[in-house]
Design a protein around this ligand. Structure first.
Ligand SMILES: [Cu+2]
Length: 164
């Protein structure tokens, strides 16, 4: 009878012990899991921050168009330009082939902000025909309508330079 009680006591004791052990292990697993998750999260965050610092694209200013080269041909003949409008992207490099076909008459291409011709953006050297030259200049960075003319014949030879 005593043995029986002792054995029951032992069984109960074991059950209690196991349950305590189990809860202890579960707590330990939970703690370990939380710790691991935290370490992983911190590592990922550190990794993201590292990538963000070195690998993020640098924003480029919209006003600067680099590498864009535009070829334009303009002819002066019989005291007139062969084009009333010319077009170039904002900030592009304009390579203009300018042909003066009027013998012994000087012409050029000159670009201004507006028809008052008060503010000069670019002026090519005057060339006496017949002669063809190349003017290279940078188109305005702000889209809009600008004014061009021949400085030798500002009333006869004019046009609109459109920046897109
Ligand atoms: Cu002219």
């Amino acid at each position: 009878m005593l043995n029986y009680l002792i054995s029951i006591f032992e069984i109960l004791n074991n059950v209690y012990y196991i349950s305590v052990l189990k809860s202890c292990m579960i707590n330990r697993i939970n703690h370990t899991a939380i710790l691991l998750a935290t370490i992983v999260a911190i590592t990922l965050m550190a990794g993201c921050t590292g990538n963000g610092g070195t690998g993020s694209p640098v924003p480029t200013p919209a006003s600067t168009v680099t590498g864009s080269v535009v070829s334009i041909t303009l002819t002066g003949q019989n005291m007139a330009f062969d084009a009333k409008t010319l077009t170039a992207p904002a900030g592009s490099t304009v390579v203009m082939t300018f042909a003066n076909k009027d013998t012994n008459i000087p012409h050029n291409f000159a670009l201004y902000t507006d028809t008052t011709a008060m503010t000069k953006i670019f002026a090519g050297d005057l060339v006496t025909g017949p002669k063809t030259v190349t003017y290279t200049f940078t188109a305005p960075s702000i889209p809009g309508n600008y004014f061009f003319r021949c400085d030798a014949h500002p009333q006869l030879m004019t046009g609109t330079f459109i920046v897109t």
